[in-house]
Ligand binder design. Structure first.
Ligand code: KG4
Ligand code: ZN
Length: 355
């Protein structure tokens, strides 16, 4: 079947057409188009996403993005077999635009429609790698995005339990806030990773109190996380070293070392807890999802921390961040499990924003 995947939960208007076949334990996906219209420039001056501006931009961009996604896939609207749209979690004004446009499409073309959990989408992104076929469960998944940091125990794609999550800032949020502090653009993950990659080997950026950045909650017994203290530690270190936190004048090489030290602190905590969860729950598979899953050091170091016998899945490059293809894939996994009666109920009247 051909699925139209729609994602507007945050600051990307993202629509894809995905061809899907096979049972949910062995699905085969082909991404026919994957269009993402980023709003980064709209939100850049605010250092974060402004919900009402996001909604305005989604409304403006939705139809052109939809047209492009259908054209690139060589698909007519009548040929779409299923509409998939993110209904939660996310920014309410932003979600409303995608959900209501999806309902209108489903009504106009009499297409079944299902609401999708954005985080399930991030995990389903792993299945868009054509080399991934069968997934062995139980699996442990680390979801790291701008809004969420969660460790999830999965018994199947639709049967899962949250083992732990952040008690304050999400991992991506920490990247974004630290980037803002040191004058790097939003979103902060990519520029911090780029600076970190240039850091001189062996240097240790420790601030004036002689301590490296903390690894919050790394050694406690829970699977929860906390990143706001780490962000504050970076802020204090910058203040102590440069005498101000307002546009500090940080030389490029020191910025690189700071980024590397901060990134390593985040990666250490994420890797340690994920590897411990995998071992405790005898995970056959470990998978990553969410925008921070694009981080090369996290991808590499988590892989190194897992035993060779554990399958290790990563979303294909470019599909870690928000996109419509992952929403289409997540919808298919749920759709395949639905009995006919539930499929008959999958119409636009029953799909609303879930926040
Ligand atoms: O999943 P996503 O696209 O949107 C949300 O659902 O939040 O994640 C966006 C987050 C941002 O915080 C961004 O800074 C982070 O992902 N990110 C990265 C990298 N690329 C994106 N963080 C670390 N390293 C990266 N390479
Ligand atoms: Zn996301």
């Amino acid at each position: 079947m051909k699925i139209l995947g729609i994602e507007t939960s945050c600051d990307d208007t993202a629509i894809a057409v995905v061809h899907a076949e096979g049972k949910s334990d062995h699905p085969v996906f082909k991404v026919l188009s994957n269009v993402i219209s980023s709003q980064v420039e709209t939100h850049a001056e605010f250092g974060g996403v402004v919900p009402t501006l996001a909604a305005r931009e989604h409304a403006k961009n939705f139809t052109p993005v939809l047209q492009q996604a259908l054209t690139e896939a060589g698909t007519k609207p009548e040929e779409i077999d299923l509409v998939a749209v993110t209904t939660h979690p996310g920014l309410m004004p932003a979600l409303l635009v995608g959900v209501h446009a999806a309902r209108a499409f489903a009504w106009r073309f009499d297409t079944p429609i299902v609401g999708v959990n954005h985080l399930e989408g991030h995990l389903a992104a792993n299945l868009l790698d054509p080399s991934v076929t069968v997934i062995a469960f139980p699996a442990v998944a680390l979801i790291v995005s701008g809004g969420h940091t969660q460790l999830v125990l999965m018994r199947s794609w639709t049967d899962y339990k949250i083992l732990g999550q952040t008690r304050d800032d999400a991992a991506g949020e920490a990247f974004d806030k630290v980037a803002k502090l040191i004058g790097l653009p939003f979103p902060g993950g990519p520029p911090i990773a780029a600076y970190a990659a240039k850091a001189p080997v062996g240097s240790n950026w420790t601030g004036t109190n002689g301590k490296a950045f903390p690894r919050p909650m790394m050694k406690d017994d829970t699977f929860d996380f906390s990143f706001s203290g780490l962000k504050t530690a970076v802020l204090y270190a910058v203040r102590d070293r440069y005498g101000t936190v307002k546009s500090p004048d940080i030389p490029d090489d020191e910025k690189a070392t700071l980024c590397a030290e901060f990134q390593q602190a985040v990666v250490d905590v994420l890797v340690k807890k994920t590897a411990r969860a995998a071992s405790e729950y005898h995970a056959e598979t470990v998978m990553l999802g969410g925008g921070v899953a694009a981080n090369a050091e996290l991808r590499k170091q988590l892989g190194e921390a897992l035993p060779d016998s554990t399958a290790y899945l990563l979303p294909p490059k470019g599909l870690s961040v928000d996109n419509g293809a992952m929403i289409a894939a997540a919808a298919y996994l749920r759709w395949e499990e639905k009995p006919q009666a539930a499929r008959d109920e999958a119409n636009w009247r029953n799909v609303t924003v879930q926040v």
